[in-house]
Design a protein around this ligand. Structure first.
Ligand code: NDP
Ligand code: OXD
Length: 309
């Protein structure tokens, strides 16, 4: 194998385990953390790099994003010849399925209320709900959304799925495109957002769309904060149309201390942790794809930059 260079440029990430993993996978490559003025590399492994990185590394052949979402990366000017490759699952799909299922089940089974009662020393029962009254709508049926929809179907919730193109999945009632968005929303009592953030999907969770959900609906946003219009969510919770929300992602992260979400007891907050990037799984996937690219083979997970995901 000819000598080649891999540059690592990830903001707020401990580089050491990544460098060790990449060096073990490519013993003959030069694998280094990018510094301004670093020599030109063939491949880059990135998360939230500065624009200066791409301005200096204009010769890159491929850019591997160590996350599934590429919205932040696509805001930068990228070398036009470089393919952008995102993570596909790499251990995130099962995490997302467990996170969303726990959120749906916690809501469906009134587990927050039972927790509060237990803390107050009360032995109380709530009326069991009808599963058939709890259709869960999953927006985005990609690598993560499909896994989530199938996991929810295992618990026998009626599951609706919405994607750009039609995607038939066993146990999932499929909807596609803007023409079927209204019917999808009106058929859903819980809404799970797993869309990529693109010009078509920014602010998609707003007063118009959220008010089309069934009365008492619950919202789970695990995709990106900019999908959701915060003030619209709050006012629909306060009006009683929505019963609450589970939010893992926010317009500004960390969520600022004075944000009203912190003070709304019907909103549960987690710190962008629903599906974490796993170093070992990610390096295994990235290194296989690097080897395939070196051999001139096609790889999956190449981002369509014009489409935005
Ligand atoms: P994919 O690219 O595999 O799937 C995207 C899905 O969204 C596809 O089904 C696609 O439809 C659909 N879609 C895209 N645009 C539209 C549109 N305009 N209207 C309707 N449907 C649309 O993405 P992943 O499943 O891998 O990831 C989804 C997102 O999850 C990421 O972009 C990221 O933002 C977020 N994420 C969050 C994490 C967290 O910890 N909170 C962790 C990992 C990811 P089609 O199939 O027709 O193309
Ligand atoms: C991702 C994320 O996009 O962690 O992978 O949000």
């Amino acid at each position: 194998m000819s000598l080649f260079r891999i540059t690592f440029c990830c903001t707020n990430i401990d580089a050491e385990p990544w460098l060790a993993g990449l060096r073990a996978a490519f013993p003959h490559a030069e694998v280094t953390v990018w510094q301004p003025g670093a020599p030109p590399a063939d491949y880059a492994v990135v998360w939230a790099p500065p624009q200066q990185f791409f301005d200096e590394q204009a010769q890159l052949q491929a850019v591997f994003n160590i996350g599934a979402g590429v919205d932040a990366l696509l805001k930068l000017r990228l070398p036009p010849q470089a393919v952008v490759v995102r993570l596909e699952d790499a251990g995130m799909a099962v995490q997302m399925a467990e996170y969303v299922c726990q959120g749906v089940i916690r809501h469906f089974r009134d587990l927050n209320a039972y927790d509060n009662d237990a803390r107050a020393g009360h032995w109380t029962y709530y009326q069991p709900r009808q599963r058939s009254d709890f259709p869960v709508g999953v927006m985005g049926l990609g690598v993560l959304g499909e896994r989530v929809a199938q996991a929810l179907a295992q618990f026998e919730f009626p599951v609706n799925g919405w994607s750009r193109s039609s995607k038939p999945l066993p146990g999932v009632r499929g909807f596609s495109g803007t023409a079927q968005l209204g019917e999808f929303l009106a058929s859903s009592r819980v809404l799970v957002n797993l869309l990529p953030l693109t010009p078509d999907t920014v602010n998609i969770l707003n007063s118009d769309t959220l008010s089309q959900l069934q009365s008492g609906a619950y919202v789970i946003n695990v995709a990106r904060g900019a999908h959701l219009v915060d003030a619209d969510l709050l006012s629909l919770i306060r009006s009683g149309h929505l019963s609450g929300a589970l939010l893992d992602v926010f317009r500004t992260e960390p969520l600022p201390g004075d944000h009203p979400f912190w003070r709304e007891s019907r909103i549960t907050i987690t710190p962008h942790t629903s599906a974490r990037t796993l170093v070992t799984d990610s390096i295994a996937q990235i290194s296989q794809k690097m080897l395939a690219l070196q051999r001139g083979e096609a790889v999956a997970g190449i981002v369509d930059v014009a489409r935005g995901y």
